[in-house]
Design a protein around this ligand. Structure first.
Ligand SMILES: Cc1cc2nc3c(=O)[nH]c(=O)nc-3n(C[C@H](O)[C@H](O)[C@H](O)COP(=O)(O)OP(=O)(O)OC[C@H]3O[C@@H](n4cnc5c(N)ncnc54)[C@H](O)[C@@H]3O)c2cc1C
Ligand code: FES
Length: 279
C-alpha cells in the first residue's frame, strides 16, 4: 500500500500527487516510470516519476485524466492508499555533458520531460527548453522548467500565452541559430514527437523521444507495448521508454494507441455510471 501525501489539481484534467514509496524514491533515475494499481481489481497505469524526495521517501507523479483508471486515480484524496506502486521501471535516460541540449515538451508530456531536463542541467549542459500546450490553463511546470533551463521558450496553440503556434515553430527558430545543438529530447503527444523528429532529421541532430505506448504487464512478457524502431520490434516497457526519434515507426505507434478505443469508451461510461470497483 502506498499512501497519497499531497494532491493538487494543476488544471481541470491534470493532477499532481506525492505518494509514499521510499525504496523507489531512493533508486529512481531520470526517465524512469512506475506502474500503479489502484486496488486489487485495478488495471496497471504507467506514469513517469516526475520527482522524488529520497529523505522523506516520496514520489511525485503528474497525470491527465483520460480514461477510467486515471479518472479513478484523480478521484482519490490525501490519506487514501494505492494498492501497488511498482518500479522504478524502464531504462534511465542516458545523461552526459553533451554541450547544448534542447528539451521539447507538449501538454502533459512536460511532466515526463521535467526530470530529464533537470538531469541534463545538473550534468552541466546548456539547456534550452521549449514547452507548449493547447492553451494557457493547460501549460504546466513553467517555474520548475525555468529553474532547470538556461533559456525557456513557451508557446500555446491558441496564442493565450506566448506566441501562437506549435513547439516545432520555436524549435525551428532554435535550430536555425548558429549554436551547435548536440541533442534534442522530445516528450509529448505522438504527432508532436513525430514532427520534432522530422524537423531535426535533415540537420542530423541526435533526437531522443519518450514513447507512451499502451502497456499491460510492464515486464516485457505480454507484447502490448511493442513498437517498431529501426525496423526491429522493441518493447517500450523494458527497452524504453526512450528511443532514437529518427528510427521510430510513429504511424504504427499511433495505430496501436487507438486499438482499444471502443473498450476504453465503454469503461469510461461504466465508471461515470458509478461502477468504480474495477479500479
Ligand atoms: C512509460 C509511460 C509513462 C507515462 N507517463 C505519463 C505521465 O507522466 N502522465 C500522464 O498523464 N500519462 C502518462 N502516461 C500515459 C498514461 O499511462 C495513460 O494515460 C493511462 O494509462 C491511461 O489509462 P486510463 O485507463 O485512464 O485510460 P484508457 O481508458 O486506457 O485510455 C483513454 C484514452 O487515452 C489513450 N491512451 C491510453 N493509454 C495511453 C498511453 N499510454 N499513452 C497515450 N494515450 C493513451 C487511449 O487511446 C484513449 O484515447 C505514460 C505512459 C507510459 C507508457
Ligand atoms: S507492457 Fe507487456 S511487454 Fe511491455
Amino acid at each position: 500500500m502506498a499512501k497519497i501525501v499531497t494532491k493538487e489539481r494543476l488544471s481541470e484534467q491534470v493532477v499532481r500527487m506525492t505518494v509514499v514509496s521510499p525504496r523507489i524514491a531512493r533508486k529512481r533515475k531520470a526517465g524512469q516510470f512506475v506502474v500503479l494499481i489502484i486496488n486489487e481489481q485495478g488495471e496497471r497505469i504507467p506514469l513517469t516519476i516526475v520527482d522524488s524526495d529520497p529523505e522523506i521517501g516520496t514520489l511525485t507523479i503528474i497525470f491527465q485524466e483520460v480514461g477510467k483508471s486515471t479518472m479513478h486515480l484523480g478521484a482519490l484524496n490525501e490519506g487514501d492508499e494505492i494498492a501497488h506502486v511498482v518500479g522504478p521501471l524502464g531504462r534511465p535516460t542516458y545523461i552526459e555533458n553533451f554541450g547544448t541540449a534542447v528539451c521539447v515538451g507538449g501538454g502533459v508530456g512536460i511532466a515526463a520531460l521535467y526530470p530529464i531536463t533537470h538531469a541534463l542541467h545538473d550534468a552541466g549542459n546548456r539547456v534550452i527548453s521549449i514547452i507548449g500546450a493547447r492553451n494557457k490553463d493547460l501549460l504546466m511546470l513553467e517555474d520548475e522548467m525555468g529553474a532547470v533551463s538556461d533559456e525557456l521558450l513557451i508557446c500555446t496553440d491558441d496564442g493565450s500565452y506566448g506566441p501562437q503556434g506549435f513547439v516545432t515553430s520555436l524549435l525551428s527558430e532554435v535550430v536555425e541559430r548558429k549554436e551547435k545543438i548536440k541533442i534534442v529530447v522530445a516528450v509529448g503527444p505522438v504527432p508532436m514527437m513525430h514532427a520534432v523528429a522530422e524537423l531535426t532529421r535533415p540537420y542530423g541532430i541526435n533526437t531522443v523521444v519518450s514513447l507512451n505506448s499502451i502497456m499491460l504487464d510492464g515486464t516485457g512478457m505480454c507484447g502490448t507495448c511493442r513498437c517498431e524502431v529501426g525496423g526491429k520490434t522493441r518493447f517500450v516497457c523494458v527497452e524504453g521508454p526512450e528511443f532514437d526519434g529518427h528510427e521510430v515507426d510513429f504511424d504504427g505507434l499511433a495505430k496501436r494507441q487507438k486499438a482499444y478505443l471502443e473498450a476504453e469508451k465503454k469503461a469510461v461510461l461504466r465508471y461515470s455510471c458509478g461502477v468504480t470497483g474495477e479500479g
